[in-house]
Design a binder for this molecule. Sequence first.
Ligand SMILES: [Ca+2]
Length: 251
Amino acid sequence: MEKPLLPGAAFCMGTARLGVTSGIAWETAVAGPMVALTPAPGPILSRADRTDWENIMSITSAALRSVALAAACVAGLSAMAFAAPLKLTPADPQPSGLKPGLSVRYAYPSDVKSLGAARNALKYRVEQGAPLTGLDYRDTELGQNVLTAKRAERVVADIRGYVRFDAPGVYTIDFLTNDGLHAVVGGQVVGEFDGRQPCEETFAVEVEVPKAGWYPLKALWFQRTNTACLHMRAGPAGKRPKWMPDAAFGH
Ligand SMILES: [Ca+2]
């Protein structure tokens, strides 16, 4: 069993890495594990380098092996992208008279390298900032202030408000973030990266939107040094997520 699993594991790891580092390959990251989860001989079994022993395996054994492979994939990677859609809880009651954009409070610590440090910074001196227009802040130039903050580096943002989905259904959500992010929509974590990185994607998450309307949004974000960005994307499951328009946010 061990040897045939190895190419599969490599396959899984390859697709995961593509998903993280390349926006173009995003669909590959989602499609790959779905193939592996199908309980039938998958693409791994049809590889030219399979052994004689594999060739005489029954369909049942092959199916079992696919399940084992799927388990290995899920165990070795972020399970978020492959699990059943996370069900979002709409705001109840639905807010009315919202102002455009999102509210934000900033902390300006002497250093911030992780979400834990960012959370901690918010316990001390915090300043209300001008509202964000949405979640579509492209990578800054060096030295340019980030979001609506008064500084370019070592900034923590506590972002609050609502995001609107115009139709029920299953959506895929991801973010591009530089640096760290912990984003919660409708009570579910829909984007997380705990560390520093250039402007890159979070693992995509599938969510179930039970009805059209406003969903509470809460995001902890931080920027340590150099450039910074923050974008949210969403789209119907199976399609490439699109930039979330500013009009989808309120506070
Ligand atoms: Ca940065």
